[in-house]
Design a protein around this ligand. Structure first.
Ligand code: ADP
Ligand code: MG
Length: 246
């Protein structure tokens, strides 16, 4: 049985109040293998965020379905954690309180919550910032806190929507390394939206390229583990070709 995520013929059209019809996704199908990072790449407005919202159960497709471990996913699915481009932390809560938030809603006992929060802050490199407020942190550190908040709930699937796009190049690379390390430790199944080809090549084991609106799968490109320069160049060329066609 497929333990990963299956996106099967998902279509979604939006109808705006002023009567405009926006076909956003057109029969999108691909698999997100379990315990691996899949990158979703495509031009702005091609439906990447719309697809993540459907997978997370915040929105429903007009046609098609999303299955996890062979089972259709439900509304606001508890298997999914989400990290956005803007960290969206609660400004009035400390870093630790932000990370603890979801655990409180799950009614976990206090000692367990505290243990989970301090363990996760250590994993993302925020040791010593538990009592700090979000606006006292750099962008990269805020994004670490957002990652901790999602991961502390131990979601089997992590959906990430251009999470590092607002960071400078050096911080982006640090965060990519952190993500790879966390993924190795926690074994999450990750769908990572980016518009950066190099980021996709660096962190993922498979790249799905969507065409411009309505989003259709232009190509699905498996990346060999431990790519040498020649393999990387070939994969980069195939991604570019798929984007150019779209
Ligand atoms: P991406 O994340 O790839 O940039 P989006 O998924 O945000 O693209 O949007 C895809 C298209 O659908 C865009 O044209 C956007 O304007 C439109 N869209 C997204 N959400 C809505 C909505 N709730 N109502 C109307 N149009 C929407
Ligand atoms: Mg988007």
């Amino acid at each position: 049985m497929n333990r990963g995520l299956e996106i099967h013929a998902v279509s979604r059209t939006f109808y705006t109040e002023n009567g405009t019809v926006v076909p956003a996704l057109d029969r999108v199908s691909f698999d997100v293998p379990a315990g691996q990072i899949t990158a979703l790449l495509g031009p702005s407005g091609c439906g990447k965020s719309s697809l993540l919202n459907i997978i997370a159960g915040f929105d429903a497709p007009d046609a098609g379905e999303v299955r996890f471990a062979g089972v259709p996913m439900g509304r606001a699915d508890s298997h999914c954690g989400m990290v956005f481009q803007t960290p969206a932390l609660f400004a009035w809560l400390t870093v630790a309180q932000n990370v603890e938030f979801g655990l409180k809603r799950k009614k976990l006992p206090r000692t367990e919550r505290e243990k989970a929060v301090s363990g996760m802050l250590r994993l993302v490199g925020l040791d010593g910032f538990a009592l700090t407020y979000p606006d006292e942190l750099s962008g990269g550190m805020q994004q670490r806190a957002a990652l901790a908040r999602a991961l502390v709930l131990r979601p089997e699937i992590l959906l990430m929507d251009e999470p590092f796009a607002a960071l400078d190049a050096q911080m982006r690379e640090k965060m990519q390394n952190l993500l790879l390390e966390l993924q190795r430790t926690l074994g999450q199944t990750i769908l990572f939206v980016t518009h950066d080809i190099e980021e996709a090549l660096r962190i993922s084991s498979q790249v799905v390229v969507l065409s411009s609106r309505p989003g259709r799968v232009a190509d699905t490109i498996p990346l060999p583990p431990a790519m040498d320069d020649a393999a990387r160049t070939a994969c980069r060329a195939r991604i570019r070709a798929a984007l150019a066609e779209s």
